[in-house]
Every structure is written in C-alpha cells, then in structure tokens.
Design a protein around this ligand. Structure first.
Ligand code: WTA
Length: 646
C-alpha cells in the first residue's frame, strides 16, 4: 500500500472540464452550496423529481443505524422508470440498443419496454408472486433481465439477482437465504463465441428439496438442449403470449423493499444487502444525471457492468431508466469476436457517455491502442469508472486514447451497500486529478478517520466513513440485522464504516487505497478470503488454507491460495493438486473465484496467538521483501514456503 501512496503523492496533473461541457450543462457548483445549506431540503428536492402517488411530508427518520427516507410517501418504481416517460410523450425514445454477442441486435423503445413489463407483471402475478415475495433472477445481459427487475418492482416483489457466473450451490444459498419462490433464468447466453448454459445450474441448485421455489420462468436465448420439469418450468415467451397486456400499477410506500443483492463480507457467508424504493431511486437518478452531465434527449449511454452486480442495478436499470436514458446493452465479452468490439459498438450507436471498470481499461491498455483506431470514438464526451482504485496511468490512457484527450474521466466510488455513487466529481464542474475519486457528491458527508475515530489531517491516510445517513443506503442485511449493526456501525458509532482505506490530500480531496478487511477486489468483483478458504478446506484433500489478494497488473488483485494438504492427498504431484483445487473452487463458488495460483505448502505462517499472517503471505505472493517477521511463531515456516515459490 505504501508504494501506492508514494506514487499517488507525485501525481500533479489537473484537468478542468472542457469549456463547452461546462457552459452547456444543467449541473453547476451551486448544488454543493444548496446541499451544504440544507442537506435534507436538498434531498427532498431531488426526491420530488420522481413521480409520487402520495407526496411525502417527512424527509428523514433516523434511528441509528436505521434510516427511513421520505417514508410517508408512496410511488411505484417501475412507473417512474417507464410509464412516466411514455406519458410525457417519449414512448418512441429508444430505451435499449441491445447487442447480442453473435451480432444480433434489438432496439427497444420506452413504449415497448413499458408494454413488456406490464405483461410480465401479469405473468408474475399469475404465477402467484405477490408484493413482498422474493424472486431470484439468474440471467445474463438480456433485455429480459431489465424487464424482470422492473416487473418485480411494478408488483412490489423483491428481486435478488444472482450473477450468471455463480455455481449451483451459491445460487441455492441465495435462493434459500432470500426465500425466493420464483427463479427467472434462460436456457443459455452467448459468451466467448459459445453458448453458456444457465438453466442446468438452476436445475442443479433446486435438485435437493427444502427450497420454496414453485416455478422457474425460462427465457429462450441460447436454444441449447435443456431438461424440463413439467409443472415447474414455464417458457417466458409462452407465458407472455398468454398474458393480459394491460396492468394497473399500485403505489407502494417509499420504504417498500426493492431488492436484495448478495455481496461478500469478511466471513464466509455472503450478506444480503437490502435496498428500498424511493431513496434509492432518488439518489441513483440524481447521481446519474449530475455526475455524467446527462442529457436524456441526446445522450447515448453505455455502462458495461453486468446486471447481476450493483452497478448494473443502479446504473443500467434504475438510475438511467428513471432519467429516461437511451442506452446500449451488450451480451458477451469485449474480445469476442475481436478486440475491436467495444469501439465498434461505440461508433455504431454514437455512444456519448461510457462507464466501465479499471480492469477493463487496463485490459484495453495491454491489448494496445491500435484497436481503438479503426473506430470513430469522437461521439464520446464523458467517461466513467467504478469498482476499484484507478491508477493515474490507466486514467490518462482512458482519457487520451478513448476520450481523444478531451473527455473528463469520472472516477466514482461507491459500494453495493451505498446503492449509489458517493464520491466523485461532477463532469461539468470538477477539475479532476487522475487517481483521485475527488469529493463527496452534494448531499453526502464523508470523512477519513484514524482507528480511534478522529478525523485525520489533510494529507494523511485512514479509514473511510460516511458521517450521516444517505437516501440510497442499505437498510439492513436481509434476515440478520445484528450483522448489519456489527459490520457497519459498531466501529465508529453512528458513522458508517465502509471497509476502505482512504487518504485526504492537501485540498481535502479523497484518494481510495483499497479494502482494509479480508475482502478482495478481483476485476472489480468482491470476493471474501474466508469464503474461498472454506471452499478449499471443504475439499477432502485439504487440511488448511489461507487466501490472499495479491496485486495484479490487470485485475487489480488476484486470488492466491496457500494450501496444506492432508497426508492422504500428499501423494498427488504438486501441479495436479494445484489444478484440482483451482477447479474445485471454480465449481464450488464460480469461475470468478478461481485462484491465479495455488501454492502447496508444508505449513502456514502464524503469530504466536495462532492468527495466520496474511500480510506476510501477500508479501510472499507479490515477491516483496518480507517486513517485520518477529511476531511469527516459527520462522522456518517462511523459508519452507519461499522454497516452494521459487
Ligand atoms: C471498491 C461496486 C476505489 C471499494 C460499485 C469498495 C472502489 C468496493 C471504487 C465495493 C473506486 C468501488 N475507487 N475503490 N472508484 N469503486 N471500489 O460492492 O473497495 O462491488 O468498497 O460495489 O469496491 O464493491 P461493490
């Protein structure tokens, strides 16, 4: 981490917004003043941009650590994202330009998406789904995934999207924890030139009884062979053809649950982060408009996140659609069929705002700038990044090569838990520093504190906290309010502990320094060291394991596992044991958890009190000099491991 800080300290370049962007924007610096003068009044104004059935009279009810925002108002989230735009005369505006990986395309207007969601709301109701029921969505990047989320919202059902790369047992764990009664999936999606089956994963997840799922709704996409469970499985297209087209949307209270999204924590069990309706929608739509200087009439926006992660929820579905945005949605990977793919898509649709992850940018860099040259990228006017710290080199490359040397790059810091962007500049206002996430957005209050909770001085590092509640904050951990209190609120009282290290520079601007807990960030995906360790020790050949996130030039961090084999497994050649264990974790958790390296070691370095010294393992994995090892119980362990690594 110290190398990282030194490096950031030397970064002195500054980039003001281009003249035209600043002068033609609806966003100005007055937002900061307004929010500072009257924070709750400011958020009330933002919330009034939404369409309410019953207007709220109270802005915030804060009983730490539980917040209710706008709680006596009622609205329908889906109506805000769809019908409202049709009613305003924008039914013909394109909602989605969808690009399938094999090159097929669909264009869906707001009018068409509204019709789709109304029908689907009727389908869900006919399958017995009621307000408050949970629906698992296990879908790749298809327009039906957007429709599924909005149809749930329309009838007040709570969706829990599960990333398509997760294994059957992980999917089952989430279905059980959420108590889902319906799963929406597809036969298969296209990925890297092949059909990637999803339905078999759902079948496998539901094989053992004891779950509450009564139906599986299946979107036809891959046209791959699948098994069919009569009475349980329902084709999406057949149910839609039979459904009533009209649907009267009911308004729900502002605090009605909208979705649960599972994310890795410091222990093995994922946390079901609960988000509710109005506050979430107010902050996602506000940030989407002002961070990116959105002009819904003319912009074409493309966020490359997967719908199964929070960025897909907040910045593909809810924020952008509440704003009536025209966006691009893409199935598959960037390098299929060729590395020109993303740039060709930008040219084809004239994308103006592009929001992606530092990992993707570093991959583009590695592939080389020549791939961007064959496409016209001059439509781009604002770029964004999210998911992990972006190093100044990648930031500058992104601005220069993708943004033609003129576009602002908005580095946005937030989390599944925060629901929406918390720290970022505003494209038309902020003079940007490459590598800094800049300042809290208007209406958000953030500090960097030391272990005792005292604010650090400008120029110093510490822990990031949010000092007052915000509209899109998580409301609890589903089914485990105690864990909610412990994880986020115990450390610093009424301040939210984010789990990230940060530094305030001399101007008070914020630089994120990565997680301070046992959560890894691999290609912007959160993974828990404990979760992978428990998967490893569940393998019959493993006695003990320790997992660390080691710095990786492309993926930010990479999973590196140290494993002690049981006697019974010690006869396996090392390469074979490594291969088996990498495969074991990939099929147990999902391919994203596959380790870059597995080291079979005779012992693990521990302190005298028996704690595994992860810092030391990280140093070993990154080939660094070992710092202080005096607290090690047994010095020879390190030598034994080092001899394995060589
Ligand atoms: C990290 C993704 C630095 C951070 C929206 C956070 C970032 C975790 C940034 C949340 C950024 C996200 N700069 N670090 N701009 N954005 N992070 O829940 O460690 O998948 O705690 O939400 O990603 O990851 P999550």
């Amino acid at each position: 981490m110290s190398d990282h800080i030194d490096h950031l300290l030397t970064e002195t370049r500054r980039f003001a917004p281009p003249e035209a962007l600043a002068s033609e924007s609806a966003t100005d610096a007055a937002l900061y003043e307004r929010a500072a003068d009257d924070r709750l009044g400011f958020w009330a104004e933002q919330a009034r941009e939404l369409q309410w059935e019953t207007p709220f009279t109270e802005v915030l009810d804060w009983q730490p650590p539980h917040a209710r925002w706008f709680h006596d108002g009622t609205l329908n989230v889906a109506v805000n994202c769809l019908d409202r735009h049709v009613d305003a005369g924008h039914g013909d505006r394109v909602a989605l330009h969808w690009e399938g990986e094999p090159g097929d395309r669909r264009t869906i207007t707001y009018g068409e998406m509204t019709a789709e969601v109304k029908r689907l709301a009727n389908v869900l109701t006919s399958l017995g789904v009621r307000a408050g029921d949970r629906v698992a969505i296990y879908l790749p990047m298809l327009p039906e995934a957007v429709a599924a989320m909005l149809a749930c919202a329309r009838i007040g059902a709570v969706h829990t999207a599960v990333f398509g790369g997760f294994s059957p047992s992980n999917l089952r764990g989430r279905i059980d924890d959420a108590g889902a009664k319906l799963v929406i999936t597809t036969d298969g999606g296209h990925r890297k030139g092949k059909v990637f089956p999803l339905k078999p994963t759902v079948d496998e997840a539901l094989r053992e009884p004891g779950h509450g799922v009564t139906n599986v709704l299946v979107v036809r996409r891959g046209e791959n062979e699948i098994d069919w469970v009569d009475g349980r499985d329902v084709w999406y297209h057949e149910a839609m053809a039979d459904a009533e087209p009209e649907h009267e949307a009911e308004a729900f209270p502002a605090e009605h649950p909208l979705f649960i999204l599972y994310t890795s924590g410091t222990t093995g069990r994922p946390k079901g982060i609960l988000h509710t309706s109005a506050g979430y929608l107010a902050q996602t739509s506000f940030t989407h408009r002002h961070v990116f200087d959105l002009k819904p009439e003319t912009d074409v926006y493309w966020c490359t996140a997967d719908i199964g992660w929070v960025t897909g929820h907040s910045y593909i579905v809810y924020g952008p659609m509440a704003n009536g945005t025209t966006q691009v949605m893409h199935e598959g990977t960037f390098d299929t069929p060729t590395p020109e793919r993303p740039w060709q898509i930008i040219e084809r649709y004239g994308v103006t705002i592009f929001y992606t992850a530092p990992t993707a940018i570093r991959t583009f860099m590695k592939l080389g700038r020549q791939h961007t040259h064959s496409s016209d990228l001059s439509s781009l006017r604002v770029l964004g990044t999210v998911g992990e710290p972006i190093n100044p080199e990648a930031w500058i490359w992104y601005r220069d090569v993708v943004g033609g040397g003129t576009t602002p790059v908005m580095d946005t810091w937030w989390q599944t838990e925060t629901g929406a962007i918390m720290i970022s500049g505003l494209a038309s206002v902020t003079t940007l520093k490459p590598g800094s996430a800049q300042v809290p957005i208007p209406g958000i209050e953030i500090d960097v504190v030391d272990d005792s909770g005292a604010s650090v001085d400008d120029g110093d590092g510490g822990l990031l906290v949010v000092t007052s509640p915000w509209p899109s904050m998580l409301r609890t951990i589903w089914g485990d309010d105690e864990r909610y209190r412990e994880t986020y609120w115990e450390k610093f009282g009424d301040r939210y502990f984010a789990g990230d290290g940060a530094r305030k520079d001399e101007d008070g601007e914020i630089w994120l320094l990565g997680r301070v807990d046992d959560v890894m960030n691999v290609s912007g995906h959160r993974l828990s060291t404990a979760e992978i360790e428990s998967s490893l020790v569940a393998h019959e050949g493993v006695a003990e394991s320790a997992v660390v996130g080691a710095t990786d030039a492309t993926t930010g961090q990479a999973v590196v596992a140290f494993v002690i084999l049981k006697e019974s497994a010690a006869h396996h050649p090392v390469e074979e044991a490594e291969r088996i264990l990498r495969q074991h974790v990939a099929s147990d958790i999902g391919a994203i958890a596959r380790s870059r390296q597995v080291f079979i070691v005779p012992d693990l370095p521990k302190t005298r009190s028996g704690k595994i010294m992860r810092r030391l393992l990280r140093d070993l994995a990154e080939g660094r000099d070992l710092g202080d090892t005096t607290t090690l119980a047994d010095q020879s362990v390190v030598e034994a491991i080092q001899s394995q690594l060589r």
